[in-house]
Design a protein. Structure first.
Length: 531
């Protein structure tokens, strides 16, 4: 277990992608089965431990540590697993030097019932030292927060072969932890795993960001343009009567969108955007969020926010893999393919005709629908390649909106940011001039440099007027306050927020030390954007 805990520590402390890759590959090469496979499952989110929930963990800690002391400790550390691992009293087995393996820990936790879960976890924590306790708690609380995506972990596994990461991704949904057959193949000890699973995920093709300078080097006639819709990228796969809906990272999201999955009766693989509403009356991203991250979807929610797919590409037509064909041929086939599908649940993403980059830029800045966030550019002769190859596809997003807002609240970060106030709630002015008040309009935790983080953290500590656990209220009135220039992708009306608006992807774009708080924007500025 300590080897896994050591891996987690080093991954948190290593910011560079290549450094994380080396750490992961070395771990998978030197650790034996089944521990390395279980570690891979944990990092990729495939390890299910249902017997313990964070609320149970808090109850266990309350039995062993003074609640006030724990509250202060958690406030300072900022991470639940790290706090508990440090304050948990050492048991007799810990002092005797016994340390459980990762396989032993996972085996006991997965075998435990919901009623036995807390007792099993307590026994494991009693037998582990601080490092092992930290790793155990990360497993049961979920969300490792180590800066490693599932694809990066799969890339590290592929480097053992070495094989292309796309081979791992295409096999992935036919495999199960602890992946002994996968590792045996990569080490040359066995043949490539064969899976009988149907409707498997195909790795997606991604676009590179573009700007005017990039496009001036390219010939407009070589590219087709489509609108970039503000939904979530999905892949619809149907094979041998089985249909599955995948996210862009390969997660099966069919259960969250049964109204769409139930009408997938074709034979092929479609790439596109998941939206809500109908093809003729598309809803906003805020509407789509009502459907996201739900384990169960009620009939009422499905009726109010029906899901449909706007199709971009055709990766498989019947039994034929079409990814090697040029985009123009895949598009021609897609147009015919979509005609055979339910028009309420599937439609075709329209092409945007243009003759020059200047003409396309004008269209990009004034799209025909509010949930369009830019344009996609695809070389007409490009095959469907996995990953993010340079050159074939570009995304040219609409310039972000900006607003000057006042910092109102700051919260401690997690992981390596746990010592800083790094999550910021900001507001704009509302009400008549004689009784103006700040109303929160968003929360951001990125967009600033490390040096700016230290500057804001010092400002928060020097200007705190009230505390609420890990949150500090900051001095903010017409005479004093820190103004933040906030960039965001869009707005939606919201009944859950006092301001009546919700921001899409807010981030701090500039610190306005030069601007008085009284000169920050008003709520009418945002309401005008909505209108």
């Amino acid at each position: 277990m300590n080897r896994f805990a050591e891996l987690l520590d080093w991954l948190v402390l290593t910011p560079a992608r290549n450094g994380k890759l080396r750490l992961l590959t070395d771990y998978f090469r030197t650790v034996e089965d089944p521990d390395r496979g279980l570690a891979l499952a944990a990092i990729t989110g495939e390890l299910n431990i249902a017997a313990v929930k964070p609320a149970m963990l808090r109850a266990l800690v309350a039995e062993r540590v003074d609640p006030i002391l724990f509250g202060y400790s958690y406030d300072y550390v900022g991470d639940l697993a790290e706090t508990v691992s440090l304050v948990w009293p050492a048991g007799p087995q810990t002092r005797a030097g016994h340390q459980p393996t990762l396989a032993e820990v996972v085996g006991k936790l997965q075998a435990a019932s919901r009623s036995d879960g807390p007792r099993v976890l307590a026994d494991l924590l009693d037998s582990a030292d601080i490092e092992a306790r930290y790793a155990i708690l990360k497993l049961v609380t979920g969300g490792l927060r180590i800066g490693v995506s599932a694809r990066l972990a799969k890339q590290a596994v592929a480097d053992l072969g070495p094989v292309e990461v796309t081979e791992i991704e295409e096999l992935w949904h036919g495999l199960a932890p602890p992946y002994a057959g996968l590792f045996a193949w990569l080490e040359g000890k066995a043949a490539r795993p064969e899976t009988k699973a149907k409707a498997l995920f195909r790795p997606v093709m991604l676009a590179n960001p573009a700007d005017t300078d990039d496009l001036e080097k390219l010939e407009p006639a070589d590219f087709a343009a489509e609108w970039k819709w503000d939904g979530i990228r999905v892949q619809a796969v149907c094979e041998a009567g089985l249909g599955r809906l995948y996210s862009r990272t390969g997660d099966d999201v069919s259960g969250a969108f049964p109204d769409l999955a139930e009408v997938m009766a074709f034979s092929g693989v479609l790439d596109g955007e998941l939206l809500v509403g109908t093809p003729s009356a598309t809803g906003t991203f805020s509407d789509l969020q009502q459907r996201l991250n739900r384990k169960a979807v009620s009939a009422k929610i499905m009726q109010r926010y029906p899901a449909f797919m706007r199709c971009y590409d055709l990766l498989q037509d019947g039994g034929e893999d079409t990814r090697a064909l040029p985009f123009t041929e895949r598009r021609r086939r897609l147009e015919g393919f979509v005609q055979s599908l339910d028009p309420v649940r599937f439609d075709l993403s329209p092409l945007v005709p243009f003759e020059s980059w200047e003409q396309l830029e004008a269209l990009r800045n004034a799209p025909p629908h509010p949930i369009i966030e830019g344009v996609m550019l695809k070389r007409r002769d490009s095959p469907y390649l996995t990953g993010r190859p340079k050159g074939p596809w570009f995304k040219w997003k609409r310039d972000p909106y900006t607003v000057d807002a006042v910092l109102m609240y700051a919260q401690r970060g997690h992981g390596k940011r746990s010592g800083f106030y790094s999550d910021y709630t900001f507001g704009v002015w509302s009400g008549p001039e004689t009784a103006e008040e700040l109303v929160p309009v968003g929360k951001a935790y990125f967009g600033f440099t490390d040096e700016e983080l230290r500057q804001i953290d010092k400002y928060v500590r020097d200007n705190t007027v009230e505390r609420f656990g890990p949150v500090r209220a900051v001095r903010a009135d017409r005479h004093s306050g820190l103004v933040l220039e906030v960039a965001f992708e869009g707005l939606a009306r919201s009944t859950r927020h006092k301001s009546g608006v919700a921001m899409r992807f807010p981030r701090i774009s500039r610190l306005r030390w030069d601007k008085p708080a009284a000169e920050a924007d008003r709520i009418e500025t945002l309401q005008a954007l909505l209108d």
